[in-house]
Design a binder for this molecule. Sequence first.
Ligand SMILES: [Zn+2]
Length: 252
Amino acid sequence: MSVAFGTQGRGRRALKWFAIAVAGITIAACGRYAYERREQWRSDLESRCMSSGAVQMTQFVQRANTINGPGTCGMDYPLRVSAQARGQVSYNRPQTLACQMVPTVDRWIDNVVQPAAQRWFGAGVVEVRAGSYSCRGIRGGRSGRMSEHSFGNALDVFAFVLTSGHTVVIRQHWRGETAESGFLREIFVRACDHFTTVLGPGSDAFHYDHFHLDLARHDPRWTRRVCRPRPETVQMLQPAAPTNNFGFGFGR
Ligand SMILES: [Zn+2]
């Protein structure tokens, strides 16, 4: 009996270790599988956007070939975008973006950037100098968490060219108390209403010369947003009152 019990005990122990080993291998395989595949929400977001009609194919927005890899990089429906806001605001070079980024950038330009440019400069924005798709990790290399740029889900903005020809450059104009700085701070803070991640000068060493805008899913419910520097720490400025040369005012 005791031998049988002992054998049974060893058998159970062996079975237990076997089960743990199988579980371990399964977890490792799942982890690897997950690592090698793009997350499902990315495909879902892209296809929902494509079928929603939120983006019209025009001479400024065109379909490009699916990008698959290296690794998890790529997107199902890359769009080649040469201009935003119905062609009114060109990119310095065509950008490769996932569908959901295009209407979001349009809304930011229409509702925030153009009105701010009018208030600060009495001019519109005609060109944005930017960068987009790039298969890389968050810190530049291929290791660690992948950047949203790897999925066409991010835009880096470096400068704005106005209808007057004047160019507002983040690297030069973020600091100080100029109209350029006031304009940049306003459109930065209000970008946080449109994108789920907004990073600018002061957030870290990588963003001293551009705004990083993306639609990352920080949590399954899409509630968490990352905005750095934090909007409440950004010193906002007011445009100088317009000079009134015609002798009539606003009455008070
Ligand atoms: Zn970026």
